[in-house]
Design a protein around this ligand. Structure first.
Ligand SMILES: [Zn+2]
Length: 439
């Protein structure tokens, strides 16, 4: 640790942080199946002063959205057991309850500060060519068709490293620190279950963020007040009708395919809204069983988005009306299931100013942007919303990093020196908020 006004990592500490990131990168897992990842995090934090709330203890079971099928969960649990995750851990995460919360209560007066790090990967086959840095350096995904292509491996590593570091200096700390390792961010499925567990009740400050994201922003550039989160809802819609012989008695059938097709066209015709930007997308439509049968089943995956939560609510209401109207027209039944949700949110400028003060003392940060647009959706907004409604403050930070390719690309990779910047920003902001930080 150098003896400057802010804590900065030594070269050796930075290389430990990078190694941690590479370890998480090499074994990616999809949302609600992060068994090995959760176990690795818990093992790293096991002997610290943090209380760990693992799996079921960190989630409201019924508030999870967009779960894999029961068969997929059984398959993934067997994979995790074969990897070596012990039985007691598997029990705590049974039935797709991954993720954990680590809470350090110093017993001293001080603020309650919460941070969130997302831990899941994507269903993408990682580039296997030797000029892809993770392949070249021997830490590419060891799993087919699963890849950390969004930087959550780095987020996880920063969270683990932060908990360990805070434990080392716990005598200097006050108040309470909650670190959430959230499952299933992709598809905005996991945050709600952690919020509903009450982990963010009575939080004074909430910090989270993302590596990369804004194109062109380089390592050493940090955005402290992120806005432009699109509120979004993800729906699985199922039409069920009645099959009949298409030649002999077509009138006896109730055509689910036509209901779904009609709904798809009308969904894309929802009126724009004068209050701001909205989006709709029917992403998949599968229907029917064969050429000579009236289709009795149709499934669609649809998403709505809005510049504000109100605008997204408007789109979701219109969606319900249209799918029910289409079902009525073809005399079939329809159900819609919410598979993911994120609200819009704002960062508090006063908390962002605290982060900016910290960044001004950093030797690694050369440009501080007070505002940036995410222009996408992120379910940390549900956490930000919860904290702000309880009277606390929230900020979403963006840590610029040179990227090889954009997020969710098979050749995605980022400049690892952004990791220390994220770590130091969180750590020094916590210390500043606790009044321990001295300029
Ligand atoms: Zn991401």
């Amino acid at each position: 640790m150098s003896n400057t006004s802010t804590i900065e990592l030594s070269k050796r500490e930075e290389s430990n942080l990078v190694s941690l990131r590479r370890d998480f990168h090499s074994y990616p897992e999809l949302g609600w199946t992060e068994y090995v990842t959760t176990w690795k995090i818990a093992s790293a934090l096991n002997n610290l002063s943090f209380s760990l709330y693992i799996g079921h203890e960190s989630l409201e079971h019924s508030a999870r959205m967009g779960l894999p099928t029961p068969e997929q969960i059984v398959f993934e649990e067997e994979r995790a057991r074969a990897y070596g995750v012990p039985d007691d851990m598997m029990k705590k995460m049974a039935d797709g309850c991954t993720g954990l919360a680590a809470v350090l209560d110093t017993g001293k007066d001080g603020p309650h500060i919460a941070l969130r790090f997302d831990i899941d990967a994507l269903p993408i086959q990682e580039d296997r060519s030797t000029d892809h840095f993770p392949v070249h350096q021997g830490f590419a995904s060891t799993r087919d068709d699963v890849m950390h292509a969004c930087g959550h491996d780095g987020h996880t590593a920063v969270g683990v490293f932060l908990a360990k570091y805070l434990d080392d200096i716990k005598d200097q700390l006050n108040g309470k620190i909650t670190i959430l390792f959230q499952p299933a961010e992709e598809g905005v499925r996991g945050a709600k279950a952690m919020v509903e567990k009450g982990l963010l009740d009575e939080v004074d400050y909430f910090l989270t963020g993302h590596l990369g994201i804004i194109e062109g922003r380089k390592t050493g550039e940090v955005t402290t007040c992120t806005g432009g989160f699109l509120s979004t809802s993800k729906f699985d819609i199922e039409f069920s009708g009645k099959s009949a012989h298409a030649g002999k008695e077509p009138e006896a059938g109730n055509n689910a395919l036509l209901a779904a097709a009609s709904a798809a066209l009308h969904l894309h015709g929802i009126s724009r809204h004068s209050d701001g930007a909205t989006r709709i997308n029917v992403g998949t439509l599968n229907a029917g069983r064969g050429r000579n049968a009236i289709p009795d089943r149709a499934n669609m995956e649809v998403e709505t988005r809005g510049e504000s939560s109100n605008l997204n609510d408007y789109m979701a209401r219109e969606l319900e009306r249209i799918v029910h109207g289409a079902a009525h027209m073809y005399n079939v039944n329809v159900t819609s299931k919410l598979m993911g949700h994120a609200s819009s949110a704002d960062s508090d400028s006063t908390l962002s100013e605290v982060v900016q003060t910290v960044l001004r003392h950093s030797n690694c940060v050369h440009t501080v942007h007070d505002f940036g647009e995410l222009g996408a959706s992120e379910d940390a907004t549900l956490m930000m919303d919860k904290v702000r409604k309880g009277g606390g403050k929230a900020a979403y930070l963006l840590f610029g990093a040179e990227l090889t390719e954009g997020h969710h690309h098979p050749s995605f990779d980022y400049d690892e020196s952004a990791l220390r910047i994220a770590f130091e920003t969180y750590l020094n902001t916590i210390l500043k908020l606790q009044g321990e930080y001295r300029c």
